[in-house]
Write a protein that binds this ligand. Sequence first.
Ligand code: ADP
Ligand code: ADP
Ligand code: ZN
Length: 219
Amino acid sequence: MNIVLLGPPGAGKGTQAEKLSARYGWPQIATGDILRAALSEGTGLGLEAKKYMDVGELVPDEVVEGLVEERLGRDDAREGFILDGFPRNAHQAAALDGYLSARGLSIDLVVNIVVETEVLVRRIAGRRACRQCGANYHVDFNPPAEEGLCGQCGGELYQREDDNEETVGNRLDVYLGHTEPLIEYYRPCGCLVSVDGSKSPDEVFEAITGAVEKVLVRE
Ligand code: ADP
Ligand code: ADP
Ligand code: ZN
C-alpha cells in the first residue's frame, strides 16, 4: 500500500511512519532523514541541502524529487511505501503523481495528522534523536530511561540543529504556505483521512491503522 503522511513539523509523522513500517513492513521514506544522512556523510548534496534546512526553507524541488524517485525505485518499495515529509508542495505532489502514474501506480491513502500549533512547538523543542540508530524521543512526552542515552542501543541523544525557536517559526510558515494546501489537492482522490494527532502515539496509531485496514479490505 502506498501511503503519504501529511502534517506540520512535530505532528508525529516520523513516529507514526516508524510504527506503520514495523507493523506492515513497508519502508519509511523520510526526506528529512535522507537529507540529514547526506549531510552527516558530508556529500555535496548534503552541503547544498544544509543551506535550506538551517533556516527552515524547503530544499529545491528537483533535488528532493530526484532523491524520492531513486528511493521509490528500489525493490523494497514494490509492495508499498510510507512517505514521511514528502510531498511538501504542489510541485512535489505533481511530480509524485507523474512518477507513479507512469508505472500504473497511485497513492492509496493520505493521512493528514492534525495538531495545534502550541503543541507542535513543545514537541519540536523537546524532540531528541539517537545519533546511532535514529530512534526518536521527547524529553517530556517520551523520555529515555537514562537521560541523554538511547534506550534501544545506548547511543547518544542529540537535538536537531533546526529544532530551535527561530527556525521553527519559519518551518511552520512554510508548512502553512506550501504544504497545508496539499490537503485540498488530495481531497478529490477520496483517499484522504484526517486523524487527531494530539492524542497519545498509540491512539494516533490506532486511528491510522483503522484507515489502513479499510483500504486493505477494499484491495
Ligand atoms: P519535520 O519532521 O520537523 O517536519 P523534516 O525532517 O521532515 O522535519 O525536514 C527537515 C528539513 O528538511 C525541512 O525543514 C526542509 O528544509 C528539508 N526537507 C525535508 N523534506 C523536504 C521536502 N520534501 N522538500 C523540501 N525540503 C525538505
Ligand atoms: P514529525 O516527524 O511530524 O516532525 P515526530 O514524529 O518527530 O514528528 O514527533 C515530534 C516530537 O514529538 C518527537 O519528540 C516525538 O517523540 C514526539 N511525539 C510524537 N508523537 C507524539 C504524540 N502523539 N504525543 C506526544 N509526543 C509525541
Ligand atoms: Zn539508539
